[in-house]
Design a protein around this ligand. Structure first.
Ligand SMILES: Nc1ncnc2c1ncn2[C@@H]1O[C@H](COP(=O)(O)OP(=O)(O)OP(=O)(O)O)[C@@H](O)[C@H]1O
Length: 275
């Protein structure tokens, strides 16, 4: 029985939403000009949305469908009688802990840049300029940049390991974080920090959205320091031989709809997501 995002990143029930308690944030001091155009993401549907249903450690599907589900889509058949318990798992995890580290450690699923394979039109400069070995933005701890988690149309995401500063193991002091690098010459940074930063300002703390703890510029890169998630659905799909059990697909759908619902309540995000 797959349990999506059990032990998932810090999320909250909508009822519990409170203003995010962010540490001093260098980005807050940056002037972010209003951009009339929003960025259209290469490989839309991944990114936060894709990760929104990121799979936590322990979420290994017990049944591995055979060839029936291969190809472009999963053949729809009757769901197993087993009920899908996604909501309790997700909510329970949200209430139990912040940024639980085990979610990142699913060694069975390849995450290291595997997602990049499906990306079309990745910007050359951002991809070729080496990212710094160490990162420190605003009042963040210092992170050592480790393995690559993936790349999108505009940025690259790496694991950051805290090497100094911070004393906790979770939240803004987490030992492992995801570092998203966007080169200052990337299309998304024509007007300064990526528009995505504004979106995170609004959505931080929203159910299904990874927390962004720090953001700022270092050298040629705009950098986001955020919760590290489990493998993307793309990685899970591939690790399962490009197939998925109907039960798991149903759980993902329920979770995705639930997150969309919360985003919609929070604001008119459906338009933004659809673009
Ligand atoms: N917080 C995170 N934790 C773990 N992996 C992540 C995280 N954020 C992104 N990734 C991985 O890195 C990949 C690229 O992320 P990115 O946010 O750049 O992608 P995108 O939103 O699809 O593209 P872009 O925003 O650049 O258009 C994702 O597909 C995912 O595999």
């Amino acid at each position: 029985m797959p349990e999506l995002r059990s032990g998932a990143r810090r999320s909250k029930r909508l009822d519990d939403l409170q203003p995010p308690q962010q540490p001093n944030n260098q980005a807050e001091n940056l002037t972010v000009p209003v951009q009339n155009k929003t960025r259209r993401r290469a490989g839309g549907g991944r990114g936060r949305g894709g990760n929104a249903a990121g799979v936590a450690k322990g979420a290994s599907p017990t049944t591995r469908p055979t060839g029936a589900g291969r190809g472009r889509g999963v053949r729809l058949i009757d769901l197993d009688p087993e009920p899908c318990q996604i909501e309790p798992a997700a909510v329970g995890a949200a209430e139990l802990g912040y940024n639980r580290l085990e979610v990142v450690a699913d060694k069975d699923i390849a995450m290291e840049g595997a997602s990049a394979e499906k990306v079309i039109g990745v910007e050359e400069e951002g991809s070729t300029t080496p990212v710094p070995e160490r990162v420190q933005v605003g009042s963040s701890p210092v992170y050592k940049v480790e393995r690559k988690l993936g790349k999108g149309g505009f940025g690259q995401v790496y694991v950051g390991r805290r090497v100094s500063g911070g004393s906790d193991r979770t939240g803004p002091d987490a030992i492992e974080v995801a570092l998203k690098f966007e080169h200052r010459n990337s299309k998304g940074c024509n007007y300064g920090p990526p528009y995505e930063w504004q979106v995170y300002n609004t959505l931080n703390g929203c159910y299904g959205i990874p927390w962004v703890y720090y953001k700022g510029r270092q050298g040629d890169f705009y950098i986001l320091v955020m919760d590290i998630l489990g493998p993307s659905l793309w990685d899970v799909w591939n690790s399962l031989g490009q197939s998925m059990s109907p039960n798991m697909a149903a759980c993902i759908a329920v979770e995705a709809i639930s997150i969309l619902e919360k985003l919609h309540i929070k604001g008119s995000w459906s338009t933004w997501i659809c673009r």
